[in-house]
Design a binder for this molecule. Structure first.
Ligand SMILES: Cc1cc2nc3c(=O)[nH]c(=O)nc-3n(C[C@H](O)[C@H](O)[C@H](O)COP(=O)(O)OP(=O)(O)OC[C@H]3O[C@@H](n4cnc5c(N)ncnc54)[C@H](O)[C@@H]3O)c2cc1C
Length: 301
């Protein structure tokens, strides 16, 4: 038992030990977090981080829609932003979203306010924090496009603002400092007709439903698209569509998606991903890079 847990700073939010993460991730796998913290607000999180011994690792998570938590769980503190840290507000053409807000809530709030430019978010099942970290995108849009600035808190508890230019966005990546937890993000949108925005969102939803297995346990796109190609095409070409390993399987519907068919371990899913990578490497010479973020330990010490 790690003794740092006996000296946790006092907080106003919810602090719990040994919280199973499998129920909190889309892939439905993963061991427990040593400690799970849902801060009451930004200051609560900042004070907690400043007082927590600096050697204790801290990992922010959203809704785990791009996360493979290994079976041994996560050492240190897992932070989830809820309540006031998941609020979305609109002022003029600026939308400010708490990092815990669902991307879909952001898209719907913008539509109701008659603001266009962020419709693609209706198709992404994560939170704003995850979207900024990964520069989530779909259907020709990506998070970086409309982002103006983010407010973050560092591991030292210091809250600061980072402008878009400081975030080094690229395809499914950002240069957000490794220790930064996004607290909120501001987007600059443009006025639009709510009915037309809704129609675009409906079209995105329908297209996704047709092309992706979105009602099963999956982590979304497993591998990043390599320069000039599509990961799914290479996986298909390597004969991996429908390939199973234990209870993990490459989706028949969209072969860049791995699926937990029920009862898979994180290890089976990660091993299946590595089998696919090596078959693709053999077949086409391309080394696919994981898009899914793999965290935690294989076995609990
Ligand atoms: C069915 C399905 C479809 C998907 N379709 C798409 C798609 O079309 N396009 C796309 O881009 N992605 C897609 N994804 C992947 C996923 O939804 C996105 O990557 C999303 O942005 C992850 O958000 P999350 O909040 O769930 O983050 P998590 O999966 O919980 O975490 C992902 C990463 O973000 C970090 N993170 C989370 N919150 C914060 C924070 N507040 N501050 C700093 N870092 C943070 C985590 O530490 C981790 O490194 C899909 C996933 C699924 C399951």
């Amino acid at each position: 038992m790690a003794d740092w847990r006996d000296r946790l700073p006092a907080v106003r939010g919810d602090l719990r030990r040994d919280v199973p993460l499998s129920g909190l991730t889309w892939l439905k796998v993963g061991g427990p977090a040593d400690v799970m913290f849902n801060p009451a607000d930004a200051q609560d999180l900042a004070d907690f981080l400043a007082a927590l011994p600096p050697e204790v690792p801290v990992l922010p998570v959203g809704v785990g829609s791009n996360l493979l938590v290994r079976d041994g769980g996560i050492r240190g503190v897992v932070v989830r932003l809820v309540g006031p840290l998941a609020k979305v507000t609109v002022e003029g053409t600026t939308l400010v979203a708490g990092a815990g807000a669902l991307d879909q809530t952001v898209a719907r709030t913008a539509q109701r306010a008659g603001l266009a430019g962020i419709e693609f978010m209706i198709g992404i099942p994560g939170t704003v924090g995850g979207a900024v970290r990964m520069n989530a995108g779909a259907f020709g849009g990506e998070t970086a496009e409309r982002l103006r600035f983010v407010e973050v808190v560092g591991r030292d508890g210091r809250i600061r603002r980072l402008d878009k230019a400081e975030l080094g966005f690229g395809y499914r990546r950002s240069a957000l400092p490794a220790d930064a937890i996004v607290l909120r993000a501001a987007f600059g949108l443009e006025p639009g007709d709510p009915a037309a925005i809704l129609a675009r969102m409906d079209a995105i939803r329908a297209e996704r439903e047709a092309a992706q297995p979105i009602r099963v346990a999956t982590g979304g796109s497993t591998f990043k698209n390599p320069e000039g190609d599509r990961a799914w095409r290479l996986v298909d070409q390597a004969g991996c569509r429908g390939l199973a390993h234990g209870r993990a399987m490459v989706s028949d519907k969209h072969c860049n998606f791995l699926i937990n068919q029920g009862g898979a371990s994180a290890r089976e899913i990660e091993e299946l991903g590595e089998i696919v990578r090596s078959r693709v490497q053999e077949r086409s010479g391309v080394a696919l890079a994981w898009e899914i973020v793999r965290v935690g330990e294989e076995v609990r010490p």
